[in-house]
Every structure is written in C-alpha cells, then in structure tokens.
Design a protein. Structure first.
Lengths: 581, 344
C-alpha cells in the first residue's frame, strides 16, 4: 500500500488538512472547498517525509556500528580507577570517529553524481571535526605541554594536504634549523625545560631577523618571520592555512607552544577575528569550535543540536561526555531530551526498533515509559518477531506488555483455529483466563462433533494443565476417554468420579459426565463400589435439582441413570458383602 | 582469530553456505543471506574472494556482494537447490497466508513446515505439491530436518518432536517425543551427521537437548546453553564432535569435546560443561565459568567445552552455518560475521 512518490501526481484543488508525526507530516484532502460544487475527495492519505537518508543503507551501517560502541560504553564498570577509564573513553571516542570516517568514505565512493551525497558528506566532515576537537580538549583533557601537539594532530588530520605543502615550503629551504625544532616537543623533557629551550631558540630567531641575516633572500625572511610567529606574515599565507583554526594552531606553535588550556580561548577569539577580517561573519561551525576552545561544553552541545540537525552526533557525544563526568547536573535533562529526539529520529526507519531498545534503556528519566509505549506498537507479522519482542519485554519485567502481546498472538491463533498455538501463547503469559477460553472451545467442539480434535495436544499437556481449572478438567476428561478406550475401567471410573466430586467439572457438563458413567454401570462386572455409587447418586440428585429446562428429556435420562445406579448399588452390596471362600 | 564483520544494512534472518562438491577439500567461498523486517527484503549472495592468504595466514577479504533479488515478506529459510520454483500459497490459513517457518531439502525432495501446522512435501521439478499432511500439528512447527530419506523430524511450539514417515499413508506421526517438564517451545533441530538416531534441539529457554529417537520419551541430556531463545543448532557436518549454537542473547557458542571419546559416548555418560569467552577476557556481565554436571559420569575424563565465537555481545544472532573450516552467521545488528579458520 506504500508508494514512494518523488513528485506526487495528484494536483490538489482542495483544502489540505495535516497532522504532525514523529518525523514526518500526514496530509489529507478535506471536503472543504471555498467555491464551486462539492466533489468527492481523494481517499488517500499522503505521508510527507523529507527525502532523508536515514533509511539509506550506508547510514544504517553508521547506526548499527555506533550502537555496538554505545552498548559497550554503557557496560564499563563504575569502580574501575579513573586513569584506566580515561584511556578507555579515549579509545571509544576514536572508535566512534573511525565509524564516522568509514561512513564518509563509503558515501564518497558510492555517490553516483558528485552532489548526491554532498550534504551528508559535509555534515559528517563537520561532525568528525567537532568530535575530534572535543576529544582533544575534554575527553583526553591534554595538559599544557601536549595540548598543542594534540591540536597539531587535529588540524593535520583535517587539512592534511595543506599541511604537507606548508611543510614542504618550510622544510625545503632551511632543513637544519627546522629539524631540531620539530624534534623538540618529544615529551621527554619537562615543561619548564622545554620552555627555556624554546625561548632561547625563539630569541635566536628574533635576533636573526633583527640582524637582517636573511635580508638577501625574501623567502627565507618570510620563513623566519613565520618561525617567530609574526601574525601579519602568517595572515599573508591565508590560502595555505584556509581556516582560522589552522591559523590559530600555527600561531600558537610559533608563539606559545606551551599553551595551557585555560589560555586557549583568548587566542582562539583573536585568531578568528584576525583571520576572518572585519566584514566576514563567523559560520555556525566556527561558533561551535570557538565555544569548544572556550571550554563551554554546554554551548557546544546547544549549538550543535541547532545547527547540525543530526541527532545521532549530539546523542552519542553527550552520552560519552556524560560518562566522562563532564556534564553538570543541570545538563542531564538536556541529555535526556537529546536522546529522545534521537529516538524519534530513528523511528522513521521502522527496522531499527531493536537498536532503539538499548537507547531507551539508558534514557535517564522517561526511557522506560517510552519503551513501554513503543514496544506495544511494533507490528507483529510473524511469530518469530513476536517472540523477539516478548524476549525484550520479559528481560525488563514488563509484565503488562507481555500479557497483551501474548493475548494478541493467542487471539490470532484462535481465529485461525490453531488451538495448540493459542495454548502455547497463554502458557507463556501465564494467562489463566485465556486458557479457560481455549478449553471451553475444545469442549464445545467435543459436544458438537462427539470426539476430540488435536489429540496430540490434549494427550501431552503435561504440567501446563494446571494453568487453569477448566484446562485441568479438559486434560483429565480426555484421559478418562483414553482409559476407557484401553479398557481400564476401574481407573476410568475413579477418574470420572473424582472429576465430579472435586467440582472442577463445569455444571453444564455434569449430565454428560453422568451419561458417560452409564456404560460403566452397565458392565457385567461391578466397577463402582458401594461408596462410589452413593456418591454418584448424590451427584445425580444435585444435578437434577438444579436443572430447570428440558425436563422431559432430562427425566428420561435421569430415570435411566437412577435405574442403572440402583442396580449397580445392589450388585455392589452383594459383592462386598460376600465372603470369599 | 576473530571473525570478520561486514555490515550489510539489513537484519539477517538466515545465512547458508553454498555447498562445496564433496571430495574436493575446498573451503566454501559463497554464502547466501536473507533479510527480514525490512520494507523490501532481499536474498543476497556474497563471495569471499580467493582463497589465497598472505604469509601469516590472515584472511583480510571482506565479503563482496555478487547479486541479490527481492523477496516478498521475511526470508525465513534458505536451502541450496539447483532449480528454482515458487509454490504459491503452500501454507495458509482459511482466509490468509500463513508464514512458512522452515524448509529442508535433500535433493530432489523438499519439505516445508509453517505456522499453519502443515507439513508439505515437494519435488524440485514438479509444479504440483507431492503430499500435504494437513493438521500435522495444532501448534506452529518451527523446524524440520531429514532423518532418513523418507523420514522427517519436526519440532513445534509445545515442545514436541514428531517423526513423520512419508511411506505411511496415514497423516499421523510415527512417533512423538517430548520433555516431561514444562512444554517449552522448540525452535531448531539438527541430526548427527553419522548417527541418525542422535538429534539435538534448542528451545525458547536456551536449553540444548540431545535426544536418542530410538529409545525413550525423554532427552539424554539437557545443557543450559543460552539465556534466551536458541535459534539454530548445527552439528559440524564432517567432524561431529563439534556443535554450534546461536541465540537471541547475542552469543554464538562452539561446543567441543575435550576428551578422547566421541560426542555420542560423551552424551551418554555425561560431562562437565564449561563456557569460556573467546578472547579469554570475560565479557561484561557474565560469570567466568558455568559448571553444570548432568547425569552420573566420570566428570574428570569427559569434558564439553563451549567457547564464544563472537568478540562482543551483539544483538540476536539469528542464523549460523558451518562447512569445513568456515563459519558464517548473521545478526539483528545487520552484520554478517565470517570465521575462516575454525578449530575443527
């Protein structure tokens, strides 16, 4: 019934009504028309959905792989010391990023035309950039010495081609000077030692510049100015740097390699202003990065949610930051909201309901409630799917949902005349009422047809028989018939009597049961003992007194029974009174 | 060695190796995967590339898609056959189509079973159905396997195994076996490749049961294999001392005997079973060892060890297939895992 129209063929001449859905819009034609005669409107309802990629195969891989990482993250135990945890978190962050990169690469490879996945690819690029920066600044929380190294790596990763060219330019002319410079931040020295050495080197560079050592060669002079960190010279290399954060890192590299995290934001702001110039206004991505440099995590998340329109990114990043204990308590509501937005986003692709369950589990406030509502709405096409849904509910002790799903499946089975299936669903839900219903159905069939159907089920009920009284009766009644068929009369008689005296037989069937006793009474040998016969008689009288309609039919049967019982009583008394010689 | 994972963007309900001609000692290279729960489901064929490994024996090849085709409804089961045919409405209720749950073939004959409780016999080259056993079962039949050329064994959702002999005219089973305890639905069944009377079943409670169909109404042994439904159980076709099970709880276990005796004597005498995780590192949230001893037996000599084959807890593993040294399985996390160096 679903058709995907890229361009809907119907032209709409009427008023449209609409209703918001979780990720889409429901549109229908109304009968209302401003002018002209009323005519019948089209009966179809249109679902308007953004031509979104969520169901695209490549993005599904992203969702599935990241789900695995997410679940693994939730399992990290609380009592592990924080140092080990940090390295775990960093590796998880790297995992997420590699998944993003793999997705990006595949999109780029598979794009039919260059613009086909262009939007997606650029969003993913931005996401990876921001995530990487957050990893460096917040998760890895690099201290003063290595902070710049990490930032260098960050920039290099995202502007790799630019960097190689820059390096070529720098290194081709004065290898000796630069070699020693690059080797220095090796991490084997303490911060102060390095600082002293660096200052010494910096002063030397400065002196060279002042002395006009390189005055002859313009190129070398430029390079020297760069090394000293002269901002104007750096700005001149704008095409090479291409972004303000590259400029920032380069500037820091040559002026403050031992930058401490709290000082970062001052340089970030000024770099951005310098690079972009007075007229250009910063793009959303730039603002996000700036907030990151200012260590304003809350702002980063807020801006990402608004600007990027990609709930996947925000949901997973905030979850990771939450595990790193970087989000303050008032942000938790934010986390919960973000996660539920992600879930409604995922809802568009129906097949992902199983992934969603794990996210619901870790939704701080309303996860359980949402899950309960959601799980009842998963369509149950086959038994296998119902079994999977049930397993999810049972694992989380959602007994009401279990009951309702089992009832749906049992009712469906009953409608299709699959009594065994219906019974197995009732057993799973421990639904005594439905088991009673099924037994009634069996007994009705028996009364109508005169024999039992589905013997394989009835003969093998096992402990399930005890689920409901009626079911127990059914099982035992069938057993009585079997015993009678095998000519084990005394056992059959005992069973029949117990069925009546234990009062699990429904009143409506007592006449049937008593009638079943007739052939046993008519046997040549005495089967019922004196006591048993007395009991049968009292049952008969009980039954007779409570039956009001069909008096004449009943009275014939009752007469027969009374006669048979009396005869049996006589023979039984004689038999029991006789002394065996 | 960890299995390679490939995400294929659809939840996988069945994976099967394409059979390799016997006697050629080749490793299987091509497998089929069927999807479920999609708006449009597909059956796809994947190839693993050439068999050459580099010097250190690493197989890097990811499966490549060879071809795929659309499929109406969920793919419930796959079997390899040389001809193709569609039998419409083979399984049905009075007013609707009923899902067919399993198919087994022993060329040229095919048997299918479904939620409508029918057992249907087909021949691959005939359009008409050969035989239908109506009302074979009052509940859903979940799986079927050939015992002998004319005998099949089915398992249903009230915990019974039924043996059907097609040579007999009557529509009732030749034999019915079931557990004495709770009637737990059984989902999968497999026969021992060499000894036709030994059969393994797995059910809703994750218990692995081994039965001897010749004797008695109760299984030999019950092993607590998984914590959720067991979807498939397979004896290794050429080395039956190895058994593989996969389950809704996201694990795939490889069972092997560690003593000298073979599986069937082991099953008769009992064992200690121990579950270890694949990499030796305990998975989050599980005990390090589960020791359960069944029946009296010389527990020191006979051991059955189970190892987790998948590196971490995934969503439900719906299907697995083993052939020679290769294992393929598919999960609800939309990933196919291929293991090419099974220790069998």
């Amino acid at each position: 019934m679903e058709e995907v129209d890229v361009e809907p063929s119907t032209t709409v001449t009427k008023h449209l009504g609409f209703e918001w859905g979780p990720g889409d819009l429901l549109v229908y034609e109304t009968n209302y028309k401003l002018q002209g005669p009323r005519s019948a409107s089209s009966p179809s309802v249109h679902v308007v959905r953004r031509d979104e990629d969520i169901c695209s195969p490549i993005l599904r891989k992203l969702f599935n792989e990241s789900h695995l990482i997410f679940v693994g993250l939730q399992k990290i135990k609380e009592d592990v010391p924080s140092k080990n945890k940090k390295s775990q978190f960093v590796s998880i962050s790297k995992n997420y990023r590699s998944v993003i990169r793999a997705c990006m690469e595949e999109l780029q490879q598979n794009a039919g035309k260059p613009s086909q996945y262009g939007d997606q690819v650029s969003i993913l690029l931005a996401i990876e950039l921001i995530w990487n920066l957050c990893e460096v600044l917040f998760i890895d929380a690099a201290p003063a010495g290595s902070l710049l190294l990490h930032l260098l790596d960050w920039v290099r990763l995202h502007k790799s081609d630019v960097d190689t060219r820059a390096r070529e330019v720098l290194q081709s002319d004065s290898p000796a000077q630069h070699q020693s410079y690059w080797d220095v931040p090796a991490g084997t020295q303490t911060l102060t030692e390095f600082d002293v050495k660096w200052r010494h080197w910096h002063e030397e560079c400065d002196r060279c510049l002042q002395d006009n050592t390189f005055a002859s060669n313009r190129h070398l002079e430029t390079i020297c100015k760069i090394l000293v960190g002269d901002e104007d010279t750096l700005l001149e290399q704008r095409e090479l740097l291409s972004t303000w954060y590259h400029f920032l890192v380069t500037r820091l590299l040559f002026t403050h390699p031992t930058i401490k995290p709290p000082d970062l934001h001052y340089y970030a702001q000024s770099s951005m202003n310098m690079f972009l110039g007075p007229r250009a206004s910063p793009e959303p991505l730039d603002i996000i990065l700036l907030s990151a440099f200012e260590f304003d995590l809350h702002q980063v998340i807020k801006d990402c949610s608004i600007a990027l329109n990609n709930w996947w990114f925000v949901a997973h990043l905030t979850d990771l930051l939450d595990h790193c204990k970087l989000l303050q308590s008032h942000n938790l509501q934010c986390v919960s909201h973000i996660r539920s937005s992600y879930l409604s986003y995922m809802h568009v692709c129906v097949s992902l309901w199983q992934l969603a369950v794990d996210y619901f589990d870790h939704c701080p406030e309303f996860g359980r409630v949402y899950l309960e509502l959601q799980i009842e709405r998963v369509p149950l096409d086959t038994e296998r799917k119902a079994i999977k849904v049930l397993r999810i509910c049972e694992d989380r002790q959602m007994s009401e949902q279990v009951r309702s799903i089992c009832k749906i499946m049992a009712k469906r089975a009953l409608r299709n005349n699959r009594l065994g299936s219906a019974l197995s669903w009732s057993i799973r839900a421990k639904d005594a009422a439905f088991a009673t219903l099924i037994s009634e159905r069996f007994l009705q069939d028996y009364s109508n047809k005169g024999f039992f159907t589905d013997l394989d089920l009835l003969d093998n009920l096992g402990p399930a028989m005890l689920l409901s009284d009626r079911l127990t009766f059914l099982g035992k009644y069938r057993e009585f018939h079997r015993l009678y068929g095998e000519k084990r009369f005394s056992e059959a008689a005992r069973l029949l009597l117990s069925l009546m005296t234990a009062k699990i037989a429904p009143r409506s069937l007592w006449m049937t049961l008593l009638t079943d006793a007739l052939p046993l009474l008519e046997q040549k040998e005495v089967i019922f003992s004196v006591d048993q016969t007395y009991e049968l008689m009292s049952c008969l009288e009980d039954c007779f007194s409570s039956v009001f309609q069909d008096e004449d039919i009943e009275s014939t049967k009752t007469e027969l029974l009374r006669l048979a019982l009396a005869r049996n009583l006589a023979m039984a008394i004689v038999k029991e009174g006789t002394i065996e010689t | 060695m960890d299995p390679t994972a490939k995400y294929i963007s659809q939840k996988i309900s069945r994976t099967r190796w394409r059979p390799v001609p016997a006697g050629l000692l080749q490793q299987p290279e091509v497998f089929a995967a069927g999807s479920w729960d999609n708006e449009s489901n597909r059956v796809s064929i994947w190839s693993l590339g050439d068999n050459d490994s580099d010097t250190d024996g690493e197989f890097d090849e990811e499966p490549r898609l060879l071809c795929d085709s659309e499929h109406d409804g969920d793919v419930m089961d796959l079997q390899a056959l040389s001809l193709a045919h569609v039998w419409e409405r083979a399984h049905r209720y009075s007013c609707d189509n009923a899902p067919c749950t399993a198919v087994v073939c022993r060329s040229p004959e095919l048997v299918s079973v479904g939620e409508d409780g029918r057992v249907i016999l087909y021949k691959a080259d005939q359009t008409e159905v050969v035989r239908v056993i109506e009302n074979a079962d009052s509940s859903t039949i979940h799986a079927v396997t050939f015992l002998r050329t004319t005998e099949v064994l089915t398992v249903n959702s009230i915990g019974q195994l039924k043996m059907w002999d097609f040579r007999q005219q009557s529509d009732s089973p030749a034999q019915i076996l079931s557990l004495t305890g709770d009637r737990v639905p059984l989902h999968c069944v497999d026969k021992h490749p060499n000894q036709q009377h030994i059969v393994a079943t797995g059910g809703q409670d994750g218990m692995l049961c081994i039965w001897d169909v010749r004797q008695g109404n109760t299984p030999f042994s019950l092993i607590e294999a998984h914590s959720a439904e067991m979807w498939e159980v397979h004896f290794h076709p050429s080395n039956p001392n190895h058994l593989f099970t996969c389950s809704e709880d996201g694990s795939l276990l490889h069972w092997e005997t560690t003593s000298g005796s073979d599986m069937s004597t082991l099953l008769q005498r009992g064992w200690n079973s121990r579950v270890v995780s694949h990499s030796g590192v305990p998975l989050a949230g599980e005990d390090d060892s589960v020791v359960s001893s069944w029946l009296a037996g010389d527990s020191s000599k006979n051991r059955l060890e189970a190892t987790h084959m998948l590196p971490s807890q995934t969503l439900s593993v719906n299907s697995l297939d083993v052939l020679e040294q290769c294992l393929v399985c598919g999960t609800d996390g939309e990933a196919v895992y291929v293991h090419r160096q099974l220790p069998v």
